[in-house]
Design a protein around this ligand. Structure first.
Ligand code: CP
Length: 310
């Protein structure tokens, strides 16, 4: 099977085979980024625009590096300093970037559906770098890649996703990716951040972290997204930490080789104790490195590259 899509917008609409193409291509790029010379000419002459209308460190920098490693020219546009501040619409902004011959628009936006909106209106490749609480598809690919790299397979592994599920685009994309590849996924969080309707996505739901930790192969902790919450979802941060924070005490319930993951940015001392975030079971920084390989793979495939050619 070959990659045929113009855009990379979500995980929900991708088949298992398409996910495997991205993962296999990222595997090849993981080797390339560890060489002394990390650059390949695949996107020479192409231009990528990073259009980030929300803060980002990992995603923004890794997309920029990914495009540069593929020899594309890269331009960054942020809300501050752009004509968004003068009231220019997203559509007009994107059409102007396309008029400047952008081949890729990589967009992070607070509105769910923003990337799809542009993809339907532009000839350029559109990549979703996170849209509201909808999806963060390259995060899911790098999370899935990391699990496959560390555990050998994804199928049959038990993955906990813990915390602010309701407002998390990472959770939604991870659920689609991991379940399509055969993992058992259990969501864990307070009722206010984890409504029962998530069961419809084919996952388990529990509000009792301690009961599921012993069977977990992976514990993926999510940040509380205060910026998306209109009211407090729990009485106090201290109460949240005591019930859902991964402490050293709670970690004793886990399998010795459990993988600890977090998409970042971490709230140290809230969703995870600092010592565990930096400890032997943590693959948090390896996720970041894998994000570069995954984003190179996505840009390469959208541009017509095939993994056999690497
Ligand atoms: N994981 C993630 O999306 O991090 P950034 O917000 O820093 O890009």
């Amino acid at each position: 099977m070959k990659w045929t899509r113009k855009d990379f917008l979500d995980i929900r609409s991708l088949s298992r085979e398409e996910l495997e193409i991205v993962l296999d291509t990222a595997r090849a790029f993981k080797d390339i980024i560890q060489r002394p010379i990390k650059k390949v000419p695949s996107l020479r002459g192409k231009t990528a625009v990073n259009l980030f209308i929300e803060p980002s460190t990992r995603t923004r920098v890794s997309f920029e590096l990914a495009a540069k490693r593929l020899s594309a020219d890269v331009v960054a546009v942020a809300q501050e300093g752009s004509s968004f501040k003068k009231g220019e619409t997203l559509k007009d902004t994107a059409l102007n970037l396309q008029a400047l011959k952008a081949d890729y628009i990589i967009i992070r936006h607070p509105a769910a559906g923003a990337a799809q909106f542009l993809a339907e209106r532009l000839g350029a490749h559109v990549v979703n770098a996170g849209d509201g609480a909808h999806e963060h598809p390259t995060q899911a690919m790098l999370d899935t890649f990391t699990i496959r790299e560390k555990l050998g397979v994804v199928s049959g592994k038990h993955v906990l996703i813990v915390g602010d599920i309701l407002y998390s685009r990472v959770a939604r994309s991870d659920i689609w990716s991991l379940t399509k590849l055969g993992a058992k996924v259990t969501l864990v969080g307070p009722t206010t951040l984890l409504p029962d309707c998530f069961r419809e996505m084919g996952v388990g739901v529990t509000h009792d972290l301690d009961s599921v930790l012993p069977s977990a192969d992976v514990v993926n902790l999510l940040r509380i997204q205060h910026e998306r919450q209109s009211r407090a979802a729990f009485p106090s941060l201290g109460e949240y930490v005591s019930i859902y924070g991964l402490s050293r005490e709670r970690f004793r319930r886990c399998k010795p080789d459990v993988l600890i993951m977090h998409p970042g940015p971490i709230n140290r001392g809230v969703e995870i104790e600092s010592e565990l975030a930096d400890g032997d079971n943590s693959v948090i920084l390896q996720q970041v490195t894998n994000g570069l390989a995954v984003r190179m793979a996505v840009l390469y495939l959208l541009g017509g590259g095939q993994s056999e050619a690497l």
